[in-house]
Write a protein that binds this ligand. Sequence first.
Ligand code: NAD
Ligand code: DAU
Length: 332
Amino acid sequence: MSRLLVTGGAGFVGSNFVRHAIDHGDEHVTVLDALTYAGDLRSLEGLPASRLAFIHGDVTDAPLVDRLVSEVDAVVHFAAESHNDNSLRDPRPFLDTNVVGTYTMLEAVRRHDRRLHHVSTDEVYGELELDDPSRFTERAAYRPSSPYSSTKAAADLLVRAWVRSFGVRATISNSSNNYGPYQHVEKFIPRQITSILRGLRPKLYGEGRNVRDWIHVDDHSSAVRAIVERGAVGETYLIGADGERSNAEVLALILRLMGRPADAFDRVVDRAGHDLRYAVDPSKLRTELGWEPAHRDFEAGLAATIEWYRDNEAWWRDAKDPTEAGYAARGQ
Ligand code: NAD
Ligand code: DAU
């Protein structure tokens, strides 16, 4: 049985990956998570204690990270500050966790010669025009727009430099927008679903023409697992599932699936520097590693996600009011 250290394993994607690894493999997983506002131990409930250990700690804590890395075979690094709107309000935690945290991890895997998979985002490539037929590839230039995406880009570049300069055995993945259960209510899809469940009107930034490339979180996890198992050291893989949709389209679908009128939402002040469009070409992942997404029907995946939020109000209830108060203070 191999031993995995998963950072950020109490967050949305990290907890899904932990569940995926335990369900589909024989790994023992140690989760390192600081339990910020975005981390929730309840997202790991029901997993067998014999396969999972939880360490409450920070990825910038070098002695702790060093010890944990020495005790495992490989690290999957999800821990990050992940929300663009928060990065516009207070960028500092993004620098600490995303940049210094990744540096801390790189130094530990270098010292102990451990395999690292670094989880990143398609946002490092900046935006595409709405009428541009192209999609991001692994060779696209880095052009991040926001404090969040620039700190993720900085982290990716550190990983590349540690691979080249020190021979660190690392891979990188850049995924498109994830949706599914256990996503924090600050994010677009859960925000709108939980607002409707609460009797609040959904909020669309600007005209809603911005396009995101949606992938179910289960498919992100299976892709990361394929890369950890079969990916070539030093390589970058883009993760996406051909899921481009405008925000207005996604909101219209949520309103229809939840039985609300098509105009039952508010347009609010746009996000500063709002990227127009992200779109990922996942050909390399498909051809080289044989990965395929299991969720190909976005409407079905969204309907199941709505049901999950309907059935699990206890999981999101306490976060909803403070999150909405923060948005309201910024006119969003
Ligand atoms: P999230 O905000 O839901 O979870 C982040 C987790 O990291 C939380 O559990 C939090 O407590 C933990 N964390 C934060 N700072 C920490 C620190 N200093 N030390 C230890 N733990 C800390 O984020 P997410 O959406 O699950 O994203 C996870 C990773 O996937 C991030 O690296 C993100 O950039 C990447 N990613 C996410 C998406 C997406 O759509 N959600 C898409 C592409 C890439
Ligand atoms: O592309 C991958 C990225 O996807 C990840 O790296 C990030 O961690 C993740 O948060 C996500 O970033 P986005 O900024 O695209 O996601 P968010 O859910 O914040 O917003 C999605 C789109 O919806 C975006 O165009 C902004 C818009 N939006 C968002 C909110 C919260 C609204 O129109 N209304 C809203 O209330």
